[in-house]
Design a protein around this ligand. Structure first.
Ligand SMILES: [Zn+2]
Length: 143
C-alpha cells in the first residue's frame, strides 16, 4: 500500500529533498521524482504554476520501487518521449495526490502549503496557464 500522507519531513520549512529524476524541465524542474533525505519517502512533483524563479508543484506520494523501475526504463537508452510519458503515467496513476503544494524558490524547495480546501489543478503544466496567479494566491493565502 502506498502511504496516502506526506512524511513528517516534507512539511517542514526548507524540506531536504533530493531530486531522483527530472521527467520534464522548463527553466527548472517541471515534473520529476524527488525523495526525502530523512526517510526515503518518494514523491512525484508536477509543476502547476511558476513566477520568475518560484515554482509551485502538486505532490503525489509514490512507491520507491515503482520510481526505480520507471527511472531504469527511462534511462535505458530509449529516447521515445511517448514511451517515457506512458511509463510516468502508470506511476502517477497509482500515486496518491496529497493535500499540499510545494514551492521551489531559487532552485531550493522552501515551503509546504496546505491545500486541503483547494481545487488542485490536474493535467500537464503545458496545458495550464502558468501565469503566476496560483503562486501568488498560494503565498497570499498563507500569509
Ligand atoms: Zn521524510
Amino acid at each position: 500500500m502506498t502511504p496516502t500522507a506526506p512524511c513528517a519531513h516534507i512539511t517542514l520549512p526548507n524540506p531536504e529533498l533530493e531530486t531522483v529524476f527530472v521527467i520534464d524541465a522548463h527553466l527548472q524542474m517541471a515534473d520529476g521524482f524527488v525523495r526525502c533525505c530523512h526517510c526515503n519517502a518518494h514523491y512525484l512533483v508536477e509543476m502547476m504554476d511558476l513566477q520568475s524563479a518560484t515554482v509551485l508543484y502538486r505532490v503525489a506520494r509514490v512507491e520507491p520501487d515503482a520510481v526505480a523501475k520507471t527511472v531504469r526504463s527511462l534511462t535505458r537508452g530509449s529516447c521515445d518521449i511517448n514511451r517515457a510519458r506512458s511509463e510516468v503515467f502508470s506511476v502517477s496513476n497509482a500515486a496518491v495526490t496529497l493535500d499540499g503544494f510545494l514551492i521551489l524558490e531559487q532552485g531550493q524547495f522552501s515551503r509546504w502549503y496546505d491545500a486541503s480546501s483547494k481545487d488542485i489543478p490536474t493535467g500537464n503544466w503545458r496545458d495550464l496557464p502558468c501565469d503566476g496567479a496560483l503562486v501568488q494566491a498560494t503565498i497570499n493565502q498563507a500569509n
